[in-house]
Design a protein around this ligand. Structure first.
Ligand SMILES: [Zn+2]
Length: 528
């Protein structure tokens, strides 16, 4: 019996290994007809179906309404399959534009997360485009970008935003010197563009350096993102960046500072130390209430100026969620099957790992953060209501947030902020495309655009949870508890990927890592 099981196990490993190495999706096809879908577009229009979507190679060439709900479709009215064409029966399913993750780190050494793991989790959740902020350097990102474009690997389309000042050794003639003058900043920005980067990810710098770099970058027509670290926000907040030409802000730091009307610096306790992340995150949770009140004169003024500048907000709500509900984030049901042991270790309380600030995190910290979220969400929702662009970014790989799954959680949090589910989808698709300057190619289902789609059996507007790889729990008419949903197909550039197969690959990777050291997900013990 034991021998039988081990033979089977080896066989399964073989199959699994085989599939990981060789499965690169199906297509593209000279013609692909996706039959019978209800289209939920990224442009704010309501769902419509049944429709047949026709793709040739990587582009959408026709979209045809072929009938009415629950009425039999007349086959003569449907687009005809050409010789060599391929049909995908998606009758009754929902089709959306491919999702855009505007803040996606491609793993990291500290997390022990490699690109294949990260990419498959994203693609399994319908993420077909990722803006990669800094991460592992421009050469690393460029290499993966090229492989993704040529379908050599299973991966979303990548936009690389190099960390400002990063890998300066590769940017001769600056060598390794820190960027300490505006001229050095400009030289670096030009070198970055020459390297083929799509933009820059800033973390804050001296005001004259930020101004020079943003100015030069804008002249070159590249995008920019900034996490306004607390170290620089007293002199340079979100408004300064937006005026200087920054295209998107990440997270939320630097925005309360722009909204201060009765102080000039955050109310830091006098023993605060930025290198202590419990200090950093705990005090950040009290920051929004130090800013001007929602709908007050100053609050409105700042919002209106950002709107005037066509500035994009990329809030990444999910990455802060553990701050208001640690238990929820730690015990998310997907950790068991899909979180790598090394990633779990990275998440655990630590004075060193970034985002592992749980030195002693309790009720008081969570209550502060709940209020912080409420004030923050009211700004984001109103910004959207006044015509501002809000995008969807995940920032996964930190703080118990797992690639792909956390992106879906971000959709739920935009919903919580007050977005209509259709506004949520637009934020995840067309808004991201606009922010990347690619809205003529991706972001909505439209003739002439690239064939990037998410297809699933459930209606995600009714329940965004149906997009999670682990699906949503439902009681059937027969009193049976089942899981429904999960993305069925992710299509990128006309190539069809079986999303569940990608997830199975990820589970096999995680199982293999666990087997190596007999690892099991352990919880901290009680100290007697
Ligand atoms: Zn980040």
């Amino acid at each position: 019996m034991i021998k039988k099981i081990s033979t089977l196990f080896v066989f399964l490993l073989f199959i699994q290994g085989y599939s990981q190495d060789t499965y690169l999706g199906d297509g593209p096809y000279s013609q692909l007809i996706i039959r019978g879908v209800t289209l939920i577009n990224g442009d704010g229009s309501p769902p419509r179906g049944p429709m047949d979507i026709v793709v040739e190679n990587s582009k959408i060439v026709s979209m045809k309404v072929v009938g009415y709900p629950r009425v039999e479709i007349d086959p003569d009215d449907r687009p005809k399959l050409k010789q060599g064409g391929h049909e995908l029966d998606a009758n009754g399913m929902y089709l959306l534009p491919g999702f855009i993750d505007m803040h996606g780190h491609i793993g990291g050494d500290a997390q022990g997360a490699e690109s294949e793991y990260v990419f498959k989790l994203w693609m399994a959740h319908g993420v077909t485009t990722v803006r990669e902020p800094s991460g592992r350097g421009v050469d690393y990102t460029n290499d993966l970008k090229r492989k993704s474009n040529s379908h050599e690997i299973v991966a979303p389309r990548i936009f690389g935003y190099t960390g400002f000042g990063q890998s300066s050794a590769t940017f001769n003639p600056l060598n390794d010197a820190p960027l300490s003058t505006p001229e050095m900043a400009r030289t670096w920005v030009r070198a970055n563009a020459k390297k083929g980067a799509d933009g820059i990810k800033f973390f804050g710098a001296e005001p004259e350096i930020m101004a020079a770099a943003l100015d030069e970058n804008k002249k070159l027509g590249l995008g920019s993102a900034c996490h306004h670290a607390q170290l620089s926000v007293a002199r340079w907040n979100v408004l300064h960046s937006a005026r200087a030409g920054l295209t998107t802000m990440e997270h939320w730091y630097g925005l309360p500072e722009a909204l201060f009307d009765d102080r000039t610096v955050q109310d830091y306790p006098l023993e605060y130390n930025y290198q202590n992340e419990q200090h950093r995150f705990e005090e950040a949770g009290k920051l929004w209430k130090q800013a001007a009140k929602p709908y007050s004169e100053h609050w409105n003024k700042v919002m209106d100026e950002l709107l005037e500048l066509d500035f994009t907000l990329d809030p990444t709500f999910n990455i802060y969620e553990a701050s208001r509900d640690l238990h929820r984030a730690r015990r998310a049901e997907w950790h068991e099957d899909y979180t790598l042991p090394s990633l779990w270790k990275f998440y655990e309380p630590s004075k060193i790992s970034h985002g592992s600030y749980w030195h002693y995190w309790g009720t008081e910290q969570e209550i502060e953060w709940k209020e912080n979220f409420r004030l923050w969400m009211s700004f984001i929702n109103e910004y959207k209501n006044r015509g501002g662009r809000v995008t969807t970014g995940s920032d996964s790989g930190f703080i118990y947030q797992l690639y792909g799954f956390a992106y879906i959680r971000e959709l739920e949090l935009l919903r919580e902020a007050g977005f209509h589910p259709l506004e949520v989808i637009r934020s995840a698709t067309l808004n991201g495309a606009e922010a990347l300057g690619w809205d003529d190619k991706i972001g909505s289902v439209q003739i002439g655009k690239l064939a990037d789609f998410v297809i699933l059996e459930e209606n995600p507007l009714v329940n965004l949870k149906s997009l999670y790889g682990t699906g949503a729990i439902k009681l059937t008419e027969d009193n049976e508890v089942v899981r429904v949903g999960g993305v069925k197909y992710t299509i990128k550039d006309g190539v069809i990927y079986d999303a569940k197969r990608l997830l199975a690959d990820v589970k096999a990777m995680v199982d293999a890592e666990k087997a190596k050291n007999n690892w099991e997900l352990k919880q901290p013990g009680i100290k007697n």
